[in-house]
Design a protein around this ligand. Structure first.
Ligand code: NDP
Length: 400
């Protein structure tokens, strides 16, 4: 049916590539293009003979718009699936505009020299995408991504009005290292060392990093400490869910992770300010990334489950209602299926689904959209089909 250009060949891309190859009716051909071509070739070799999807590979520097345009013009994909880093979002969107090609990503733009992420930079492309007649789907991972689709689904099928959303992201996995991150360490550490915040009554309430802590007993995992973080979907859901009064995002962290993070922060290793080292400028956080385990290597050693979902409170037929939608994912099952741990899996599957819905035309309208602005039903159906089944609880324990 269609062709996708996948940019990036890391943990998330690896899963998305496997999943595109399981959905050959839609993904007749894919091209995997990244900075290190050997990684693209390794995926192509691994999947050869297991799928009807034709796979090509290429080297590309996604910071370079001209290189991207040349690659898109040569391959002529229906959609570009951006699974590189948030730093490349705008250059890839520029190349999509120049070639009139649809765009999907999983994380919003973040300038490399400022630890700040927000949608304003990408929302600024709305008019140009509309005029070019192409569609951009922003944030089609799990969170953001499935959390937005869950919100749209809850609003469509369970509520007349949603007033409160708590997004709970629990990783009960254990990789056996004292300290490692489950996705790109640089992006992960920038996110968790930033101030926390939540959306309440139309404005942001800011907190110190890890200031707000709660304990929650997660199905399939057990009780865990979780901490309030700022997260990008709060920004779009605050605008797109009518009647919303408060949205918070909590993520679980173990004590070992937090203790190591505190030490690394205290000695300056998480800083993104360049420093002079042996005659060179280096960024401490980028050096730290180089010595930490590669998230793509955690697959074989991670055991346990993730549980990620949203607790909704609102009104239906004039009565108060609560509703919890969540997915439980087992690290080892993911590894057996696609050779990755569950964090890459829970992001790579929705990334593939977003691209598939654009190719099939179910989610394709000119402009720039967050996932909750589309019909959630086809996405929810494909989650069940491609390994992320969801569960409902009509009487969940609430977070105070
Ligand atoms: P990785 O670091 O494992 O992979 C990133 C890939 O992008 C690497 O293959 C890297 O190349 C490639 N890349 C980096 N810079 C360039 C460039 N200039 N040109 C071409 N390729 C480049 O990251 P993850 O797979 O863990 O994460 C991928 C994305 O998914 C990130 O944006 C992350 O924020 C997002 N994410 C979203 C989540 C969600 O739920 N929404 C959850 C987790 C992640 P090389 O191999 O040479 O290093």
């Amino acid at each position: 049916m269609g062709k996708a250009l996948i940019i990036g060949a890391g943990g998330v891309a690896g899963v998305a590539i496997h999943k595109c190859c399981q959905y050959s009716e839609v993904f007749e051909e894919i091209m995997i293009a990244s900075r290190t071509k050997a990684k693209c070739d390794a995926f192509a070799e691994k999947l050869a003979g297991t799928t009807k999807t034709k796979i090509r590979t290429a080297k590309v520097d996604a910071n370079n718009v001209d290189e991207l345009i040349a690659l898109i013009e040569e391959f002529k994909p229906d959609v570009v699936l951006n699974l590189a880093l948030p730093y490349q979002d705008l250059t890839i969107m520029d190349a999509c505009l120049a070639t009139r090609t649809h765009y999907v990503d999983t994380a919003n733009y973040e300038p490399e020299d400022t630890a700040k992420f927000e949608y304003s930079w990408q929302w600024a492309y709305r008019e140009r995408f509309e005029q070019a007649g192409i569609c951009a789907v922003l944030g089609s991972g799990f969170d953001p991504g499935v959390t937005g689709v869950f919100s749209a689904y809850a609003l469509k099928h369970q509520f007349d009005e949603i007033n409160y959303i708590d997004i709970l992201d629990c990783n009960g996995g254990d990789h056996g290292y004292p300290f490692a991150t489950n996705f790109n360490p640089e992006i992960n550490i920038r996110e968790v060392t930033a101030n926390g915040s939540y959306w309440e009554d139309g404005h942001w309430v800011e907190t110190a990093p890890m200031e707000i802590k709660r304990e929650y007993d997660f199905k399939g995992v057990g009780p865990k400490d979780m901490y309030l973080l700022h997260h990008e979907e709060l920004e779009s859901l605050g605008l797109n869910i009518p009647g919303i009064k408060r949205i918070r995002f909590f993520m679980t962290f173990g004590q070992s992770y937090l203790t190591h993070l505190r030490c690394l922060q205290n000695v300056g290793m998480t800083s993104i300010e360049p420093i002079a080292f042996e005659g060179k400028q280096i960024v401490p956080l980028q050096f730290l990334k180089a010595v930490l385990p590669d998230p793509a290597s955690l697959g074989p050693r991670t055991v346990g489950k993730t549980n990620i979902g949203c607790i909704f409170q609102g009104k239906k037929d004039g009565k108060d209602k609560t509703y919890y939608l969540y997915n439980i994912c087992d690290h080892q099952e993911c590894y057996r299926e696609v050779g990755s741990q569950a964090i890459s899996y829970t992001t790579g599957v929705p990334a593939m689904i977003g691209a598939a819905l654009v190719i099939t035309g179910k989610w394709c309208k000119p402009g720039v959209y967050n996932v909750e602005e589309f019909d959630p039903d086809p996405f929810m159906e494909l989650l069940n089909k491609f390994g992320l089944p969801w569960h409902e609880d009509f009487n969940p324990v609430l977070v105070d």
